[in-house]
Design a protein around this ligand. Structure first.
Ligand SMILES: *Cc1c(COP(=O)(O)O)cnc(C)c1O
Length: 428
């Protein structure tokens, strides 16, 4: 039977029949949910394709440029495509942006001046921004340049503290930083609709405040992006969702002409801005990666949903849970014991296309107060749009996992984690 073809591959690759069956049955029960995700991917695929056609993307745009990169038409077309996908006036999409944190830094530093204040109305931002902003003192932080920071936490139920936010806004408030994904915090991820409400509220108090969204892990999860609901700027990493697994490096900033220009003056130099910056042959991967990003994001989402359903059925706490609506691709699972956290990461590693034979072990990573275990066997080093998992080895022994360039790979990776659990004595 043709239908059985993958079945024997699973058993050949070290998964017991009962584990395969358990996963397949769960998958069957999720078909309706998966169809919804596929329809969203279909919409986003057309959105991306439309932007490429509208800008008359042509073969010449895929060629490398070198040196100063004046008149790099491939780069300029790529940026116009991003601007159209995100419905913004302009975009900065470059291999010279090292990572998501770097993109966030130039967006902030480019748009803030001494005496200005940043407000985060959604609690503490992603860890790496501590030193960018100067929440933890650091050489070169915005605090050293006289930019101050204020924060309003979400209420205990995860909703916005409207009154607290209103009271925190004053004449120095210049920019509001809204992080869409929960990252490694325990708060819920924000939907685009919630971000829209928050932006409208802030603009109703002072319309000249820049509303910037850290869009990491959120791109193409919904039909709308934060820039569709009033955000002045959205920022992210190309080794997450929008790079589609093909971008080997990079970050993006989309937004108003003014916001993007000021960020570009910070990336290159005052007076130079977007005019310089050779593509070095990476532009083609950015464009093709963006083309794949909607379906790659959908694959990662389906994997996350399959994992949440499997592990919740086995009695573990999953965040988001099995049935919740999703606004980013991250899945957390609390195992309660170090053995199972480590077993999960071993499964992800063993399922990787690269370095599948190595065993991940917990280590004392700089900046963490406990050992951390990480599993990744990625084509692009550190790319978390590829199937990957990590977690601090301390209670509640939660693993954070994300990615999967194709759904069959994400599914296999999750099966492999379950096999590792079963080998440790977990009962199906
Ligand atoms: C990944 C991430 C960042 C930083 O990205 P890096 O590429 O690791 O520097 C910032 N914010 C959020 C929410 C993220 O998920």
């Amino acid at each position: 039977m043709n239908d059985m073809e993958p079945y024997s591959m699973y058993t050949d690759m070290g998964i017991e029949k009962r584990v395969v069956d358990y996963c397949q049955q769960m998958e069957q029960s999720l078909q309706e949910r998966f169809q919804k995700i596929d329809r969203r991917a279909e919409y986003n695929q057309l959105k991306v394709l439309h932007a490429m056609q509208k800008n008359k993307l042509s073969e010449a745009h895929l060629y490398p440029s070198t040196g100063y990169g004046y008149n790099d038409i491939g780069r300029d077309t790529l940026e116009q495509i991003y601007a159209d996908v995100f419905h913004t006036e302009d975009a900065l999409v470059r291999p010279h942006i090292t990572c998501g944190t770097h993109a966030l830094h130039i967006a902030l530093a480019g748009n803030l001046r001494p005496g200005d204040e940043i407000l985060s109305p959604v609690g503490k931002p992603y860890d790496t921004l501590d030193e960018v902003i100067g929440i933890r003192s650091s050489a070169g932080s915005l605090a050293e340049y006289g930019v101050t920071y204020r924060q309003v936490d979400l209420l205990p139920d995860g909703s916005f503290d409207w009154e607290g936010i209103r009271n925190a806004i004053h004449e120095k408030t210049r920019l509001v930083e809204i992080q869409r994904s929960k990252g490694y915090a325990t708060r819920p991820t924000l939907s685009v609709a919630q971000i829209g409400e928050l932006v409208a509220f802030i603009k109703s108090i002072r319309s000249d405040i820049i509303c910037m969204v850290d869009n990491c892990y959120g791109e193409f999860v919904e039909e709308l992006e934060p820039t569709d609901v009033g955000a002045d700027m959205a920022v992210g990493s190309l080794i997450k969702n929008p790079g589609g697994g093909l971008a080997p490096i990079g970050g993006y900033i989309v937004g108003t002409k003014e916001c993007v220009a000021r960020a570009a003056y910070r990336l290159t130099a005052p007076g130079l801005g977007k005019e310089l910056g050779a593509g070095l042959g990476v532009t083609a991967s950015f464009i093709q990666g963006l083309f794949l990003a909607p379906t790659v994001t959908a694959a990662a989402l389906k994997g996350a949903i399959l994992a949440a359903n499997l592990y919740e059925s086995l009695g573990y706490r999953t965040i988001p849970n099995a049935v919740e609506e999703r606004y980013d691709i991250i899945q957390a699972i609390e195992f309660g014991t170090p053995e199972l956290l480590i077993a999960f990461c071993e499964g992800i590693q063993a399922a990787a296309p690269v370095d599948s034979y190595v065993t991940p072990t917990p280590w004392a990573m700089p900046g963490y107060d406990s050992d951390v275990i990480m599993a990744a066997g990625a084509f692009v080093s550190g790319a978390s749009i590829e199937l990957s998992a990590d977690g601090p080895v301390k209670p509640p022994y939660a693993v954070y996992f994300q990615g999967g360039l194709t759904y069959p790979h994400a599914k296999f990776g999750i099966m492999k984690t379950l096999q590792c659990m079963v080998d440790k004595g977990v009962q199906l």
